[in-house]
Design a protein around this ligand. Sequence first.
Ligand code: SF4
Length: 120
Amino acid sequence: MKKKRRSRLKRLLGTPRRFIWNVFRPHFVRANLAKRSGACHRCGACCQLVWKCHYFTYVNGIPSCKIYHRFRPRNCSNFPIDHHDLKDRNAIRPDLPCGFSWDKAKQGPCSTDDTVKGNS
Ligand code: SF4
């Protein structure tokens, strides 16, 4: 129970972390996104990291965003920024990996951590 609460708190802290990076470190974010490979397969896990987003919905059984074509905050459009985001995301859907990943060799100096693991 305590572990579950800690994991939720960690995911909660990911929101301001991503916000700060998107606003104050856009170069870092762009560099990391450039090294990212894959594509979103719309699992919807990142829309439910701490709680289900108010704009999250299902359209014909497919996870969707109610405001996708009007306005998407950078926290959403740039997710995942690094392997920490993938780790948080994998706590929600460990059965289905995110469509994005980083090649360990490409992570380079923009990584916030020297160890890149479990980012599939
Ligand atoms: S967790 Fe990854 S694959 Fe799933 S919706 Fe978010 S970005 Fe797309």
